[in-house]
Write a protein that binds this ligand. Structure first.
Ligand SMILES: [Zn+2]
Ligand SMILES: [Zn+2]
Length: 653
């Protein structure tokens, strides 16, 4: 009887699977399809235990369903653009492409040693021209439909990564990748108009019953829908219109001041000629440098500076002072908020601190608040007072009545606003998909003709570390003919956010070799949606929101037949050891290679699947691994001793 020897056994079967192309998947009209997908990795060069956990979960589900007769698609690929390759180039002078492909080869060998059942014929690598040309094609489709546009805007800038970041990539005021404090810069950038889909992205969350509730809530909050009223004030000194958005138009007569965000475009005009202009502008600059998260936090010290200008209330003609305040964000609403201290506790505290008047306009139905000075804001519904023709109306009715009255007089309208902003996709980096645009001095920006795709990334660029894309220094890349007037023109030198690549890779797997289109509609229609998606919670408002946006857009273009990409989502837990996340600095790292070497992949996979439910955190435990190994040895012996009970399987072993 031979002993359990995974070192011999596992490579033998892995070789067999490879040679037989055992995991290849084709469309099969006689079987129920099922699409299992683990989020594809960034090719860092080494698999860690977190990878092994995700892949083991996806693999066991795939094998289980295949044995039950399903036609299961289980592909793997590489999210291969991104900054680490460029940093390696900077630090060690290696070519980003060579570095990336070497890492892919190393990780693929590790995945194979784990015995994962991927259909490698469908492998997708986003940094290959065969893939990124379709990024460019899709970008042009967005552009043609008016959903890709360029504008100058204050954008998040990571000083360490030397690039701009999307709002979704700024976490608590820090860069999602390197944790540097993110600042603001005014730059000309490309955006995708994800806001055009804000309502659909919100509404369709209810279709996602197979998603963790917390992920749906995170997306709902990120989209941030609020119903309210736009009210147009007039600036007394300049005559400009100033629009504010409020959910409490019933308190219109109680406004005693107005606050603008430090980035508000009217601010320089309001401050012009103010004797303290220079000093105020200096403090405004300071406010702008603070991160939005800090500025919006509940415990932030609210700072306000009087601009010297006044806003005229359309309801009563009263002029109230306009301040600039650190706690007002340009990225939310209109960048201007009305101060109603009698009916908002935060405004109340601010007004007391700055000695601004407090005027009651909603009286409590239970106690007459007018009989004594207020000591706190009254935020409940009530009956309007001090509100002209609206006196005596219940505040809930007054919301509509005042909005209608504003609309009739052309000074406002009911309005739905979202917190979601358009997705900034320009990156001033080399290792990404070139944005297929040519800037002509006479014709302006023009799309690269489809026949000229892909716009290839050049090799041999110089990584100067300057604050623009290295592509801007590459003359052969930069110079182009204008597709319209044939004059000398320049290529766009920014590349796309790598999240663009991952927003549709799950569709490409359904038709990975397609060279006429990003994918064939019938292939995608057969396989999509992904029935079970598995990946980290950190993607809740990044990748998972962007992918939903792409799917909805491609559905509207008639290219997809589904409105949602991922039917079910499993956000797997973390892998800990000795109560802490595995990390080199803590010295508590266990690598998949060590486990395979010592016990074999099956022991590692078995432990990972038994040690904790997939969505819970898992604490690595050497005794537990040992126990799984002994269990497999017993199974092996049992099988050896009673091989006659399993004649066909025994022959195969
Ligand atoms: Zn960074
Ligand atoms: Zn031209």
């Amino acid at each position: 009887m031979n002993e359990y020897n995974p070192k011999e056994l596992e490579p033998k079967w892995q070789r067999y699977w490879r040679e037989q192309n055992f995991h290849r998947t084709d469309k099969d009209p006689h079987k129920q399809k099922y699409y299992v997908l683990e989020m594809f990795p960034y090719p860092s060069g080494k698999l860690h235990m977190g990878h092994m956990r995700v892949y083991s979960i996806g693999d066991v589900l795939t094998r289980f369903l295949r044995m039950r007769g399903y036609n299961v698609l289980h592909p793997m690929g590489w999210d291969a653009f991104g900054l680490p390759a460029e940093n390696a180039a900077n630090e060690r002078g290696v070519d980003p492409g060579e570095w990336t492909y070497a890492n892919i080869a190393a990780m693929k060998a590790q995945q194979e040693a784990l015995g994962l059942s991927y259909d490698w014929e469908r492998e997708v690598t986003t940094c290959s021209p065969e893939y990124y040309r379709w990024n460019q094609w899709l970008f042009l489709l967005f552009y043609k439909k008016g959903l890709a546009y360029k504008k100058k805007a204050p954008v998040n800038w990571c000083p360490s990564c030397q690039t701009v970041l999307a709002n979704e990539q700024v976490v608590n005021g820090e860069c999602w990748r390197c944790s540097s404090t993110v600042g603001l810069r005014e730059l000309e950038q490309w955006f995708l108009k994800i806001t055009a889909y804000a309502q659909q992205l919100l509404d369709d969350l209810k279709l996602l019953e197979g998603w963790p509730q917390r992920v749906r809530v995170m997306q709902e909050n990120w989209i941030g829908r609020s119903e309210g009223t736009d009210i147009v004030f007039t600036i007394q000194e300049t005559g400009d219109d100033l629009t504010v958005f409020t959910t409490r138009p019933d308190t219109l007569f109680g406004i005693t001041y107005m606050v603008l965000a430090p980035e508000h475009p009217l601010l320089p005009k309001l401050l012009a000629g103010n004797p303290e202009e220079a000093e105020i502008l200096r403090r405004v600059q300071e406010m702008c440098r603070e991160s939005e998260i800090n500025r919006a936090a509940a415990d932030t010290d609210k700072v306000g500076i009087f601009t010297g200008a006044h806003a005229v209330n359309p309801a009563n003609g009263e002029a109230v002072p306009i301040l600039v305040g650190n706690y007002v964000l340009m990225s939310y609403g209109t960048g201007a908020v009305m101060g109603v201290p009698a009916h908002d506790q935060r405004d109340y505290l601010f007004a007391r601190a700055y000695n601004l008047p407090v005027r009651l306009v909603v009286n409590s139905p239970h106690t007459d608040l007018q009989s004594a000075p207020m000591v706190e804001a009254y935020e409940e519904p009530g009956v309007l007072v001090n509100s002209g023709q609206f006196d005596g109306i219940p505040s809930e009715e007054a919301i509509k009545a005042i909005t209608d009255w504003l609309a009739d007089s052309g000074r406002g309208a009911s309005r739905v606003r979202y917190r979601l902003r358009d997705w900034l996709i320009s990156r001033q980096r080399y290792w990404g998909t070139p944005i297929p645009i040519i800037n002509c001095p006479s014709c302006g920006p023009l799309p690269v003709p489809e026949d000229d795709l892909p716009v290839l990334l050049p090799t041999g660029v110089c990584f100067s570390g300057k604050q623009q894309s290295p592509l801007a220094d590459h003359a052969a890349f930069l110079q182009a003919r204008c597709p319209s007037c044939a004059g000398a023109a320049q290529r766009e030198t920014d590349t796309m956010d790598t999240f663009f690549c991952s927003s549709w890779y799950y569709v490409r797997y359904t038709d990975p070799l397609q060279d006429k289109l990003p994918f064939n509609r019938e292939e995608a229609a057969y396989w999509l949606p992904v029935d079970q998606y598995i990946g980290g919670i950190e993607h809740a408002v990044l990748h998972l929101l962007y992918s939903r946006f792409f799917t909805k857009f491609l559905f509207d273009q008639g290219m997809l037949t589904v409105r949602e990409p991922f039917q079910r989502l499993l956000a797997q837990g973390m892998v800990y050891k000795d109560g802490a996340k595995m990390s080199k600095s803590k010295g508590n790292v266990v690598t998949p290679d060590e486990i395979i070497d010592r016990y074999g992949a099956d022991t590692g996979r078995l432990f990972i699947l038994f040690a904790a439910p997939p969505e819970k955190d898992l604490d690595w435990n050497d005794q537990g691994v040992e126990g799984c190994y002994r269990f497999l040895r017993r199974v092996w012996r049992l099988f050896q001793q009673h091989g006659d009970l399993f004649p066909s399987a025994a022959g195969a072993a």
